[in-house]
Design a protein around this ligand. Structure first.
Ligand code: DC
Length: 222
């Protein structure tokens, strides 16, 4: 199987790049953040504001998490509940970042992600894809762009959805999540040694997709 890894900070354009590449390569995309988000939704239903490790562990021990593709769209089910429409709120973003630091949560996710890589030519995006999930990926990209630029992308996305937001709050949340995701003990966000780092602050989507596509094709043809 051909495996392409994309890691990077929030708002660095991982999902957009993954989708653009998938159209050209006809590979499946796994958005791994959605798995943590779905687990965060299941936890959130318990009505706890803070992360209680014992409660989280008891949930993780019981639930079955499944990624299902309906057409081209990735859905994540926890037991029989499809949480896909609930994954993108700011509350779930922050909770997903917090629970993802726990080893027992990551173990559950790793099984799903590795199984997917084993059975599909795929593009997988997340935080630890090139370092932990697919250390032998054929090509690894690490995307980055400045904090303000990434916060502006997130801000615009929320405004377009009709959500009332304050730019300074979006920037503050982004900094907190970046810090948590890159400073946790297990599988912190960092570029793999053999990753190609791309700062896409001044690149259009098409330029980024074309640039990465050429690298992949060169590598596959070798
Ligand atoms: O990519 P995202 O914003 O949907 O991810 C949500 C959170 O999940 C992110 O803050 C950290 C966590 N995550 C992770 O720890 N490892 C991954 N491979 C993907 C996401």
């Amino acid at each position: 199987m051909i495996n392409i890894a994309i890691d990077g900070f929030m708002g660095s354009g991982k999902s957009t790049l993954a989708k653009g590449l998938s159209k050209k390569l006809n590979f499946k995309v796994l958005d791994t953040g959605a798995i943590f988000r779905a687990i965060a939704c299941a936890y959130d239903k318990k009505g706890q504001d803070e992360v209680d490790e014992d409660l989280l562990k008891s949930i993780i021990d019981k639930i079955v998490v499944k990624v299902v593709f309906i057409g081209d769209e990735q859905h994540v089910f926890v037991d029989d509940e499809d949480y896909t429409s609930e994954l993108r709120s700011e509350k779930i973003s922050s909770l997903a970042s917090k629970i993802s630091a726990k080893s027992f949560v990551r173990e559950k996710y790793l099984d799903i992600a590795r199984d997917f890589a084993k059975n599909n030519d795929c593009i997988m995006e997340g935080r630890d894809i090139g370092t932990v999930v697919m250390p032998n990926a054929d090509v690894k990209f690490f995307l980055t762009a400045g904090e303000s630029q990434r916060a502006k992308r997130r801000f615009d996305e929320l405004v377009n959805k009709g959500v009332a937001v304050d730019f300074d709050n979006v920037l503050k949340d982004l900094k907190e999540r970046d810090y948590r995701d890159s400073h946790r003990d297990i599988a912190p966000l960092k570029p793999a040694e053999d990753a190609i780092t791309i700062d896409n602050a001044d690149m259009t989507l098409e330029e980024t997709v074309d640039y990465c596509y050429d690298i992949i094709i060169n590598k596959i043809n070798k």
